[in-house]
Write a protein that binds this ligand. Structure first.
Ligand code: GZL
Length: 307
């Protein structure tokens, strides 16, 4: 009988032979630290070689890191783009080098979706909508204007653009809800405190703060208390992330509503990397599961939080 052909060499690659190049935004917030830990722990668990770079929130550092991964001929490149624009050139270089790219956490605005395999991360517009819906519900019977100040995330980043858009989309249904000031706090506590101090100086009657992440909300709480006001009471606070420190403040009633943004993307990322290396099909968009917490719910959930 005709000799049976040996099965084609197994297209899959051993985990120990997989090298992943990851370019991280920086270390700007509690969320980011939890995200980094999840990626590093999961890569170790999967047995991959991880080349990890911290860009200190600078796009040029991320582009340098991606170019270095291309030079090193890693199997897969993954990164969380600090801002949405300016990636096409380096992504085209990765494509020309035949190295697949997986986006995590934040998106890019490249029109050519062949430049990356998938985007694994939260729906930030939906997070903004959740924040706006809660506020609209809280003030559905308001008969006077409700003055809102907004601490935006990093200028040009997907979470800042989308959380702003989602929030604005939902509060427009209530004409009394007015954003009287909106400025970036760059996702950090220090900047959040500084900008909140300026808001307090310029506006004598602030009813609500909408912060695009917990770290800025926590910085703002310091400024609110320094001004002799009670966070969560004199000024209602809505935040996003649900990291431990944010949930602690919520359980104390200093933050009234938190929209969770799940940083634990490591396990899903490592599975995507394996599927990509094995030539298996991967969903073009993988949305992370996440929920919301009132102060009461935060108190209950705090003991079991992983980050
Ligand atoms: C959201 C992430 C944001 C967090 C911030 O997925 O990109 O960046 O909300 C972090 O805490 O700095």
């Amino acid at each position: 009988s005709a000799a049976t052909k040996a099965p084609a060499a197994d297209a899959t690659k051993e985990a120990k032979d997989i090298t992943l190049g990851f370019s991280q935004v920086g270390a700007e917030s509690g969320w980011r630290s939890a995200n980094t830990k999840s990626i590093q722990d999961s890569a170790k668990e999967a047995g991959y070689t991880l080349k990890f770079s911290d860009a200190q929130q600078k796009q040029e550092n991320q582009i340098k890191a991606l170019r270095s991964f291309i030079q090193q001929k890693v199997d897969v490149i993954s990164f969380s783009p600090v801002v949405e624009s300016g990636w096409d050139t380096v992504l085209k270089e990765a494509k020309a080098a035949g190295i697949p790219v997986v986006l995590t956490d934040r998106a890019v605005d490249s029109k050519d979706t062949s430049l990356y395999v998938t985007f694994l991360g939260s729906d930030f517009v939906e997070e903004g909508r959740k924040a706006g819906k809660w506020l609209t519900e809280q003030y559905k019977d308001a008969s006077e204007d409700i003055n809102i100040v907004e601490l935006q995330g990093t200028t040009g980043s997907a979470p800042a653009n989308d959380r702003m858009a989602g929030f604005a989309e939902t509060i427009k249904d209530n004409p009394h809800l007015k954003v009287i000031a909106s400025q970036t706090g760059d996702f950090t506590r220090a900047k959040g405190k500084e900008v909140m101090q300026a808001f307090l100086k310029a506006n004598k009657d602030i009813d609500v703060l909408y912060a695009h992440n917990d770290d800025m909300a926590l910085g703002a709480i310091q400024a609110i208390e320094a001004a002799g006001l009670k966070p969560g009471q004199d000024i209602k606070i809505i935040s996003v992330d649900a990291v431990k420190d944010g949930m602690q403040a919520a359980s104390e009633g200093k933050i009234n509503f938190i929209v969770e943004c799940n940083p634990l993307l490591g396990p899903q990322l490592m599975q995507v990397v394996k599927d990509v290396v094995d030539g298996k099909p991967v969903e073009a968009r993988i949305v992370t599961e996440e929920t919301t917490f009132t102060s009461e719910q935060a108190k209950e959930a705090l003991p079991s939080r992983q980050y």
